[in-house]
Design a protein around this ligand. Structure first.
Ligand SMILES: NC(=O)c1ccc[n+]([C@@H]2O[C@H](COP(=O)([O-])OP(=O)(O)OC[C@H]3O[C@@H](n4cnc5c(N)ncnc54)[C@H](O)[C@@H]3O)[C@@H](O)[C@H]2O)c1
Length: 323
């Protein structure tokens, strides 16, 4: 048998999830989380594949001696911590695991929605302060309200199902969602303007691209119903943060639930932190045991298929790779 493929695990990744690689003698796992600079470049020089989450940065310099490297695997989505251009120039596919955290992100969306609707965080703070205040935390029901989704792919689709279970009407703007899938999800397709104008709760679930940056800006926020709620568990930048602060301060929106921000970590002085009607989490969408295990399995299988069969179907740079 030829020497096993050497796989550098450069971040802490759920071990159970790496079974598709660790269980097979054709692969050798080298666990070295936390490397950077020249140590990382040297470790990569000896590897056939490298696995990362988001802590370890794969820069152009870390790939300078990556002559043996055949795949970079990111356990999760988002490749802002990887120099994809440098990888592409070297013919290395950058694989991601986009599906494994969809349920977790959808559940956090519902958690934020319920937290905003019932003022759970503020009531909890008041209880911890020794109070028994039953007057300040009146809320609203989800039942019978309209949820507008901008984007209904993996996560938006899961949010739709959960919202339907709460008795919400769901309307969706997603130009790539076909009628069959809309029927399956039991949602109504609509134009963006109509979704914005008719929703009691508007939740964005699109990737951040040139087309979606500031998709929800001052003009769109102004067209939302007075007293509506905005949710962003997708990416900071899809919603114009300053415009959102203005809409919340003006009382046009009743509240917002946010997991992602234009700048992360969110600056200490961000005005969002001072708004009582905003419930915020620090990018926790994928922070569950299950999601971490799922994305580890997904990326381990993708790296395995890339090394054994040259499969690049999970590569974000597949189109740009020429060989
Ligand atoms: N908060 C977190 O921790 C967390 C975790 C996972 C994913 N995310 C983010 O959630 C978002 C959705 O992820 P996903 O896995 O559901 O992606 P996906 O690719 O499965 O779905 C995105 C959907 O958006 C639609 N879309 C694309 N451009 C659009 C546009 N201009 N207008 C309307 N619809 C558009 C697509 O047709 C697709 O159906 C992404 O931004 C992703 O980065 C966040």
């Amino acid at each position: 048998m030829s020497a096993p493929y050497r796989i550098l695990v450069a971040d802490s990744i759920a071990l159970d999830g790496l079974l598709p690689l660790s269980d097979d003698p054709r692969f050798e796992l080298v666990m070295r989380p936390g490397l950077s600079g020249d140590d990382l470049a040297a470790a990569i020089a000896d590897a056939d594949a490298v696995l990362v989450r988001s802590a370890t940065k794969i820069t152009r310099a870390s790939l300078a001696r990556a002559d043996r490297l055949k795949a970079i695997g990111r356990a999760g989505v988002g490749v802002d911590t990887i120099d994809v251009d440098a990888a592409t120039e070297r013919g290395i596919p950058v694989l991601t695991a986009p599906a494994g955290n969809s349920i977790s992100a959808a559940e956090l969306t519902m958690a934020l929605l319920l937290a905003v609707a019932r003022k759970v965080p503020a009531a909890d703070r008041s209880m911890k302060a020794g109070e028994w205040d039953r007057k300040s935390f009146g809320g609203f029901e989800l039942y019978g309200k309209t949820l507008g989704l901008v984007g209904a792919g993996r996560i938006g689709g899961q949010v739709a199902k959960r919202a339907r279970a709460f008795g919400m009407n769901v309307i969706v703007y997603d130009p790539w969602l076909d009628r069959e899938r809309a029927r399956e999800l039991d949602v109504q397709l609509a134009e963006l303007d109509d979704v914005i104008a008719n929703s009691d709760v508007l939740s964005v679930h699109v990737p951040l691209t040139d087309a979606t940056r500031n998709l929800i800006g001052a003009a769109q926020l102004a067209r939302m119903k007075k007293g509506a709620v905005l949710l962003n568990v997708a990416r900071g930048g899809v919603v114009d943060e300053m415009a959102l602060v203005d809409a919340l301060r003006a009382g046009h929106l009743a509240g917002a639930g946010l997991d992602v921000y234009e700048q992360e970590p969110l600056p200490k002085e961000s005005p969002l932190r001072a708004l009582p009607n905003v419930v915020m989490t620090p990018h926790l969408g994928a922070s569950t045991m299950e999601a971490q295990q799922n994305v580890a399995i997904e990326i381990a299988e993708a790296v395995r298929a890339a090394l054994l069969h040259g499969d690049r179907s999970k590569a974000v740079n597949a189109a740009a790779l020429t060989n």
